[in-house]
Write a protein of this length. Structure first.
Length: 266
């Protein structure tokens, strides 16, 4: 069984120090973090699920989790219910709870929402981006480049990737919109992790170079004050992951929900 402990490690408490480093303190808390026990458990479990530290199919035994987090069964139940509403866990009443498989419809829904919101954000920024905003994006990209190529630092690379896009929303004054979008992006985030690592864990050859190129193209378009170029660069960047969905499904069928369009086996 996968380890469901360590609620406060880097995988379960992502982005706090990095957000402060790049002046994004207001972006560090997720939309779920209200200080309650159930929210703390939810945030910790969700972070491990979307980073594939808890892969699809992992059992989530309630008694063990309650002991690990030092909470009663009530806040744990509430946290699991919130994860179930996002489609990230499957609850079988009076039986068991499992990490849910990646759902293709959920991936495409999150991608549609992200494309619509973030393309509008970069279009607006291209006409008003100040030097400080560009410097922050470049600093985040430089930090990513420092950890690129190290499979053991994929988690940090992904945190920086998220911060890059958070910086776009924060600079445009639409951080709340991004937080709402993130709350529905669990399936897409897991596919992004598979994109970065060919085995979905910490050891496969990473695909970080494509992410770095995409960020560089976005920064260049914003620096040129080119709205159409910024939208085009962002669209290419965001589409790369979803373009490999079928490839990843074929390589890691155990991570995905059954394809409803697949022909039934004889």
């Amino acid at each position: 069984m996968q380890d469901v402990s360590a609620p406060r490690d880097r995988e379960t408490d992502p982005g706090q120090g990095l957000a402060r480093r790049f002046g994004l303190e207001e972006a560090a808390p997720g939309p779920w973090e209200d200080g309650s026990a159930s929210s703390a458990v939810y945030a910790a479990l969700r972070a491990r699920i979307v980073r594939l530290a808890l892969p699809p199919g992992t059992p989530l035994p309630r008694a063990e989790l309650a002991q690990t987090f030092g909470v009663s069964l009530t806040p744990l139940r509430d946290a699991l219910q919130r994860l179930a509403e996002e489609g990230l866990v499957q609850i079988f009443p009076r039986s068991r709870t499992l990490v849910a498989p990646i759902n293709e419809a959920g991936v495409r829904e999150a991608q549609f929402m992200r494309m619509a919101l973030e393309r509008e954000v970069v279009r607006r920024l291209a006409g008003s981006m100040d030097p400080a905003g560009l410097d922050r994006l470049r600093a985040i990209q430089a930090a990513q480049a420092e950890v690129a190529g190290d499979p053991a630092r994929i988690a940090q690379f992904q945190e920086l990737d998220e911060l890059f896009h958070t910086a776009l929303f924060a600079t445009a004054g639409h951080l709340h919109s991004q937080r709402l979008m993130q709350s529905r992006a669990g399936h897409l985030d897991r596919l992004r992790r598979l994109f970065l690592s060919d085995d979905g864990q910490e050891s496969g050859p990473p695909r970080m170079d494509a992410v770095l190129r995409g960020h560089a193209e976005i920064i260049d378009a914003l620096a040129r004050r080119d709205p159409d170029g910024a939208v085009e660069a962002l669209s290419r960047h965001l589409q790369r992951t979803v373009d490999r969905l079928s490839e990843k499904r074929a390589a890691f069928p155990q991570y995905f929900a059954p394809d409803p369009q697949a022909a039934p086996r004889p």
